[in-house]
Ligand binder design. Structure first.
Ligand code: FAD
Length: 307
């Protein structure tokens, strides 16, 4: 119930104004977001890449303005060039939301998003790194996967995200488990109806294990995006039983969450990638993180009411 309310608030302009203006917000946001600009985020990336890998997200989504989509492409191009100059491109890639580069535009949105994503891929190729397409709500899955197919013709290293809470995902994992593919498996962060998604936590977890088994037994490169200690342990077991070594898959976690566990995994010689968001369009991302963590919500709601 609380999760549903917060996820609805993530798309409300009125709530956005309220949350952005609340004095308490800044402290909580900085836990999950590496900085409001690339200049602030880069030192974080340099520090993280000492023992971990990184994927950077220039925050923004649901763009309905062509020039804003263009600005996002420019921001990624600049980011990728900086990663190259800073000598961290081998350890830091980028994550892109197709709605940030134009998919939601009323006319030709999908084509514009494909063209823009292609430009980001070209910049990534020049810098010597990779791109992963984030997954948004269930209405966008087919379009994301079809753009992925197009991009992979020229850039075979482009990765995608699949969400274990969707009933279709085990099938999508089978389709994407072939050689050369990179698939990040997460539980899923949006509020989805029962017609398309498992709503019960135990069911989502069981789906995650089934999907992960398919990916581990396939020929691609699985990216295990979860902070759930049980699933992290199961990933290790499935990797062993599929004959995968530490370089044949990776763990992924979000910036600001289970930092000690991230370090522990990295210290064991396993590949650990941190998803690092930056920029001033943090609202939607931040609300989804609040929705995952009831303890934060209680604290945040109390502060909003008392200020
Ligand atoms: P949970 O059961 O939610 O959490 C397990 C434990 O992790 C919790 O008990 C808690 O200790 C800790 N934890 C989890 N969330 C928080 C939090 N917000 N604050 C503090 N502690 C927390 N979702 C998408 O829909 N599309 C994407 O493209 C996408 N990309 C992602 C990329 C990465 C690298 C990661 C790690 C997640 C991504 N997600 C994405 C989010 C994902 O779908 C989940 O919503 C999120 O990871 C929480 O699920 P969990 O697997 O960690 O399990």
């Amino acid at each position: 119930m609380l999760r549903t309310t917060l996820l609805a608030a993530a798309r409300s302009r009125a709530c956005r104004t309220l949350v952005e203006r609340a004095p308490v917000t800044r402290g909580l946001v900085s836990r999950y977001v590496a900085g409001s600009s690339l200049e602030r985020a880069l030192p974080v990336v340099e520090q993280l890449t000492a023992d971990r890998l990184v994927t950077l997200d220039h925050l923004g989504e649901d763009t309905t303005d062509t020039s804003q989509a263009q600005d996002t492409v420019d921001a990624y191009t600049r980011l990728l060039s900086e990663l190259g100059s800073a000598g961290v491109a081998e350890r830091a890639e980028v994550s892109v939301k197709l709605s940030a580069v134009g998919r939601s535009l009323p006319q030709d949105g999908e084509k514009i998003a494909l063209d823009n994503a292609r430009r980001i891929c070209e910049a990534a190729a020049r810098a010597g790194t990779t791109v992963t397409l984030d997954m948004e709500d269930h209405t966008t899955v087919d379009s994301t996967l079809s753009i992925l197919t197009e991009l992979r013709m020229d850039f075979p290293w482009v990765g995608a995200v699949l969400q274990a809470y969707l009933r279709r995902t085990e099938g999508d994992c089978r389709d994407l488990a072939g050689a050369g593919s990179r698939v990040r498996l997460c539980k899923g962060a949006y509020d989805e109806p029962a017609s398309v998604a498992y709503r019960d936590k135990a069911e989502v977890d069981r789906s995650y294990v089934r999907c992960l088994r398919v990916l581990m037994e396939g020929e691609g490169y699985p990216m295990v995006a979860t902070h759930d200690p049980r699933l992290v342990a199961i990933a290790g077991v499935l990797a062993d039983s599929s004959g995968r070594g530490p370089g044949d898959y990776e763990h992924q976690m979000l910036y600001g969450i289970r930092e000690n566990e991230q370090r522990r995994i990295a210290a064991q010689g396993r590949r650990m990638r941190v998803y690092v968001p930056y920029g001033d369009e943090w609202y939607g991302y931040f609300m989804r993180r609040l929705a995952e963590r009831p303890a934060n919500v209680a604290f945040f709601a109390r502060s909003l009411l008392t200020k």
